[in-house]
Ligand binder design. Structure first.
Ligand SMILES: NC(=O)c1ccc[n+]([C@@H]2O[C@H](COP(=O)([O-])OP(=O)(O)OC[C@H]3O[C@@H](n4cnc5c(N)ncnc54)[C@H](O)[C@@H]3O)[C@@H](O)[C@H]2O)c1
Length: 330
């Protein structure tokens, strides 16, 4: 059996990736300390696939414990590293916590992989590494800009650590992951109050929040609101398997954008959500939010050429599945 270490595999993107790995004949070896998710995502994948998962509740920052677990397993072909803290706002309040967890968990995993002669590391990076890009769509050669938050800085530093390591690797720079598997059994179970657009839209539509405040309608964009590249989490999940297979085959280090290539404004996203879910979202325009980039969307040529991957699901699919998750999550 081809086993793949999946750190943070009980999280939002990790659980969707574990599901995809199983569907494609791989066996995920999941390591997660459940610091920002719930065991329900593991149960959800088990229920969808009708398979018992190989799951260890463990902090990846402990290289010693990680080493013990991985040593016991045979047939590991690589690792996908999701384990990190992701709240931008919290990273501003508690930067040390973010630098420690996000860097240490990666360093421990790299040490263990090198110790055990394992190769092929796939890393969850982010388009935040580009800051506010000089030209659009942004491609992988665009330089790192000054990070907008400690969280963004951890992604830049992690990419540099990987670059310097001896491992074969692929860094995937995600744009804006949204949506969920249609079963409603796995999704984002983050402890934080949502700070991203689509989960907030869902909470407003549900009645958990009174209204959506759109931060800024005076940007130099098509309708004055910020523009982002929203990618369905199931498409994103598949990109990890293509990346792993690419890494194994090419024995190299690479970086890919993972997005749709389409820039959608906040106002357009709300409108599509309302149309495809047939529900009204109460909204109001407010001031700009510090640190928000006006417009960013991906150049997808490189991922399409080398990973043979492109997004398949539409924005309506993604927004319908996000609403389904809001209605059904347990
Ligand atoms: N969701 C996004 O918008 C987005 C965008 C770009 C990049 N990313 C990156 O993708 C990865 C996954 O994001 P997500 O949205 O699924 O977040 P998530 O919080 O749902 O998943 C991360 C998982 O890692 C676990 N974890 C954290 N620190 C750990 C540690 N030290 N040891 C073991 N487990 C640990 C958490 O419990 C959680 O289950 C993260 O690295 C994140 O920074 C996410």
């Amino acid at each position: 059996m081809n086993k793949v270490i999946v750190t943070g595999g009980a999280g939002y993107i990790g659980s969707h990736t574990c599901l995809k790995l199983i569907e494609l004949g791989y066996e995920p070896l999941i390591i997660d300390n459940l610091s920002n998710t719930s065991i329900e995502n593991i149960k959800g994948v088990e229920s969808i696939t009708n398979k018992k998962l190989n799951f260890y509740e463990l902090d990846c920052c402990s290289a010693q414990k990680l080493d013990m677990i991985i040593k016991k397993e045979n047939g590991i072909i690589g690792a996908i590293h999701f384990a990190a803290y992701k709240s931008v706002e919290e990273s501003v309040r508690e930067p040390e916590k973010f630098f420690y967890n996000n860097l240490k968990s990666l360093e421990s995993l790299i040490d263990v992989m090198i110790n055990q002669n394992l190769n092929n590391l796939i890393f969850s990076s982010s388009c935040t590494v580009y800051g506010s890009p000089d030209s659009l769509p942004v491609d992988e050669n665009a330089p790192f800009k000054k990070a907008e938050s400690p969280y963004g800085e951890t992604k830049q530093l992690c990419e540099k650590i990987i670059e310097k390591s001896t491992l074969f690797s692929v860094c995937l720079r995600y744009f804006n992951p949204i949506g969920s598997h249609n079963s409603g059994l796995i999704g984002d179970r983050s402890a934080d109050k949502p700070a991203n657009l689509v989960p907030i839209i869902c909470e407003v539509a549900y009645g958990k929040r009174e209204k959506l405040i759109i931060n800024g309608n005076d940007y130099n964009t098509k309708d004055g609101t910020c523009v982002r590249d929203y990618i369905h989490v199931e498409d994103l999940a598949l990109a990890h398997i293509n990346a792993l297979e690419y890494c194994i085959k090419n024995k190299s280090k690479s970086i890919f954008n993972i997005g749709t290539g389409q820039g959608l404004s906040v106002a357009e996203t709300v409108r599509i959500f309302e149309e495809c879910n047939n529900i009204k979202v109460n909204l109001e325009y407010g001031p700009r939010r510090t640190g928000d980039v006006a417009e960013i969307y991906s150049d997808t040529k490189k991922s399409s050429k080398y990973l043979k991957w492109k997004s398949e699901k539409s924005i309506s699919d993604a927004l319908k599945s996000a609403w389904n998750w809001e209605l059904n999550k347990t």
